[in-house]
Design a protein around this ligand. Structure first.
Ligand SMILES: [Zn+2]
Length: 466
């Protein structure tokens, strides 16, 4: 009996930026590329609760591009619903998953418990999407594979991961699909990072694809140039006044880049040496993974470590692991820098630092990236006079600055640079992982530059590959 044609179905990050999930079927095998959680607006989050158009037990394996929850955070649910195959990713992604999936499960359980306490859910009792036990069962299935080396992801499907420069362990996925006597190549960009950024290797070029899935997060934008000048100015001014610099930072990637930049500026004599407090259990764990994953480091990092330097450790770095150590920072007088999660001030230990430091004129808050509307970070950015924290309106007398150019996603120029690595036009290029207007703009740009046949992937659309 002839096999059905190979196909790919877009089950997330199609017309939006979260829920990354694409099912490839060929030769009677099924492999899921990414297994992300939908996040953000309620209408998107509700998709996490709808059944998938396939039985999880039918899937032979999952190949993960990277550890971010919008690419990995549905895995525990997939496992709870019957998936028990291997989950392939790089070693660094596996290390990060151990922290991120358990944290995500903990938040799911907390949210359900809170809903039950406050009785705001229409479900009685409200249940978590998955539990810490589900996350632990998921971690048992993770298989680390080396980058640049092909492996069998399922019968008739060979995959190769290559660095994508986005966060530690992040990769592009190159899938060789057996199609009768021929084979075809499906390439998935994952999230493409930055070229010439600190710590990580540049995105590695991929030269060939029959079908290509490309992320488009910043397909319509150019990032600001080198942020070090702005960073040096803000740190120096705060230090001059004996003030406090509070830096809300995402635990994965942004925190480590901030530490690297502070250390570099200090070594170059562009900022004074002042105490830097790293206060977030997740960020502390993740920074350790960043330090020890030497296979992920770019040349500069390797050389620094070879020379016995500590590129992620500013001279006066203090790590607050316990809640007591975190609280003790309250009594430290400036000048000092506090780096703490979360990046948009939506939760985490940064909240108590905000409560303590925002009312003071000698405090500067430095936001380090995009602030979603409705987040406390955005409220500060918009110049609010008070900020609601733990049911209290905290007066804002601090200076608020936003530092631009620190994104972990490549901008339009960097995405096009990665695309220019392909030797020939793919037969089909599908844009994923972007807001609708950005996807349309970027499709136009690629079509014009590369003369490729480009379309925007539609949610749940299934495309035959031949
Ligand atoms: Zn990502």
């Amino acid at each position: 009996m002839p096999h059905a044609k190979p196909s790919i179905q877009f089950l997330g990050a199609a017309g939006t930026v979260t829920g990354s999930k694409h099912l490839v079927r060929a030769n009677g095998s099924a492999v899921l590329l990414d297994c992300g959680l939908f996040q953000g607006m309620k209408s998107l989050r509700e998709r996490n609760w709808k059944p998938l158009p396939f039985a999880p037990s039918e899937v032979d394996g999952v190949v993960l591009s990277h550890a971010h929850i919008d690419h990995s955070g549905y895995l525990p649910r997939l496992v709870r619903d019957g998936f028990d195959g291997p989950i392939y990713c790089t070693a660094a992604t596996a290390d990060l998953l151990a922290f991120l999936l358990k944290d995500s499960a903990y938040l799911q359980e907390e949210h359900a418990a809170y809903a039950n306490r406050k009785r705001f859910s229409k479900h009685k009792p409200a249940l978590p999407l998955y539990t810490v036990d589900d996350a632990e069962a998921t971690l048992e299935l993770v298989r680390a594979v080396p980058a640049e080396e092909p492996f069998v992801a399922a019968k008739g499907l060979r995959a190769t991961l290559r660095p994508s420069g986005h966060i530690l362990g992040a990769s592009t996925v190159d899938l060789e699909v057996q199609n009768g006597r021929k084979s075809l190549r499906v390439v998935f960009s994952g999230d493409i990072g930055r070229f010439e950024s600190p710590i990580l290797k540049d995105p590695a070029p991929v030269s060939e694809a029959d079908y290509l899935l490309v992320e488009s997060t910043y397909g319509d934008k150019r990032h600001a140039s080198d942020p070090n000048a702005q960073l040096a100015e803000i740190v120096s001014e705060t230090a001059d006044h004996g003030g406090t610099l509070v830096v809300p930072a995402f635990a994965v990637g942004r925190t480590q880049e901030m530490l690297w930049r502070l250390k570099t500026l200090e070594d170059d004599g562009r900022i004074p040496t002042i105490p830097v407090y790293l206060d977030s259990p997740m960020a502390i764990n993740v920074t350790d993974v960043y330090r020890r994953s030497c296979e992920e480091h770019d040349r500069e990092m390797r050389e620094a470590y070879a020379a016995g330097e500590k590129p992620l450790t500013p001279s006066l770095l203090r790590v607050a692991a316990t809640p007591e150590e975190s609280k003790a920072i309250n009594s430290v007088r400036g000048p000092l820098i506090i780096v703490s999660a979360s990046g948009m001030v939506t939760g985490g230990r940064v909240l108590h630092h905000m409560k303590r430091r925002l009312p003071h004129k000698r405090t500067t808050v430095m936001l380090t990236g995009y602030q979603a509307s409705g987040s406390r970070g955005r409220t500060l950015q918009e110049g609010a006079e008070t900020l609601r924290i733990h049911g209290q309106d905290v007066p804002v007398r601090a200076r608020v600055e936003t530092i631009y150019g620190l994104s972990a996603h490549g901008d339009q120029t960097e995405l096009l640079r990665w695309l220019s690595g392909f030797d020939r036009a793919p037969r089909g290029t599908f844009l994923v992982h972007g807001e609708p207007d950005v996807l349309d703009t970027f499709a136009g740009v690629i079509h014009e530059r590369q003369q490729w046949d480009v379309s925007v992937a539609k949610y749940q659309e299934r495309v035959e590959l031949d």
